[in-house]
Design a protein around this ligand. Structure first.
Ligand SMILES: Nc1ncnc2c1ncn2[C@@H]1O[C@H](COP(=O)(O)OP(=O)(O)OP(=O)(O)O)[C@@H](O)[C@H]1O
Ligand SMILES: [Mg+2]
Length: 256
């Protein structure tokens, strides 16, 4: 950690005693666990322009949810930018990602419990009353398609022009909007004591189409009927059709 960064962080949380580089690094950021005398924090840093924008969005979401006890996300302590980098300081949550927990789980029964709790916490999120700071009047899908086009044109997406045109002309019939996570894969939730308890990586949290979360949530175990069943024991709102799943997971997600 360079001296200036150290100083900027200490301005927010006080004297740093120890720093630990996490094994599980993000794709779009670097993450460090930072210890002070009485607490431990997560410093999340991004350097590329696109990811710096996402980090700023994440800071705004965390700040707007701070101390509200509405949705389980890390506590927010601060955000700052330098010429070439952006940084968030949040609480360090003692958990492991659901992806890691599923890898560690030896028995199918254990995996099912984890996935059922994932369904439950997502159900809870989608049932949470919208809060003013995360609300907006825009059509979420329309906005995502505009962003997708922007990433496509700047060469920053995996999806191609044909796929984008298809997504624009084959939008699924609208359903009621809810609060959504916006990148709800098994990488972006933390498991504590055998249950999914915390949402992380919340840059995309807003009011939008819950089918996007649902599709990304089940993408890594969608071919396993038992695990899908476990998910829907927890997630009771609505079941995406195969077409909807494909629209969101194999379609829209390609651009992000
Ligand atoms: N508040 C937190 N407490 C503890 N660990 C965390 C916290 N936030 C993130 N992590 C750890 O850091 C890793 C990367 O975090 P995060 O998913 O936010 O980064 P990212 O770069 O946006 O990820 P990606 O782009 O790969 O989805 C997570 O997998 C998790 O292990
Ligand atoms: Mg992530």
């Amino acid at each position: 950690m360079d001296q200036q960064l150290l100083k900027d962080v200490e301005n927010i949380i006080g004297t740093i005693r120890r720093v630990n580089i996490l094994d599980d690094q993000g794709c779009t950021s670097e993450v460090l666990q930072i210890f002070t005398d009485d607490s431990s924090y997560l410093l999340k840093s991004s350097f590329k322009e696109k990811y710096r924008e996402w980090l700023k969005a994440e800071a705004q979401v965390l700040e707007s949810l701070n101390n509200k006890n509405l949705i389980r996300v890390p506590n927010y302590y601060g955000f700052f930018e330098t010429m070439h980098s952006s940084h968030i300081i949040m609480s360090f949550e003692n958990g492991i990602t659901l992806t890691s927990a599923l890898k560690k789980a030896k028995k199918l029964a254990e995996k099912k419990l984890l996935i059922r709790s994932f369904g439950q916490i997502l159900n809870q999120l989608h049932e949470t009353k919208t809060i003013e700071s995360l609300n907006h009047k825009n059509d979420w899908l329309e906005q995502q398609l505009i962003k997708a086009e922007y990433y496509l044109k700047s060469g920053e997406s995996d999806g191609g022009i044909q796929l984008l045109e298809k997504l624009k002309s084959n939008k699924p019939l609208p359903i009621p909007r809810t609060l959504i996570h916006g990148d709800c894969t098994t990488d972006n939730v933390l498991v504590v004591k055998g249950e999914v308890r915390v949402f992380i990586d919340v840059a995309g949290m807003t009011v939008g189409d819950p089918r996007y979360d649902e599709s990304l949530a089940i993408r890594s175990f969608g071919d396993n009927d038992e695990l899908i069943k476990a998910f829907y024991e927890g997630y009771k709102r609505y079941k995406v059709s195969k077409e909807e799943f494909q629209y969101f997971d194999e379609g829209l997600y390609e651009f992000f």
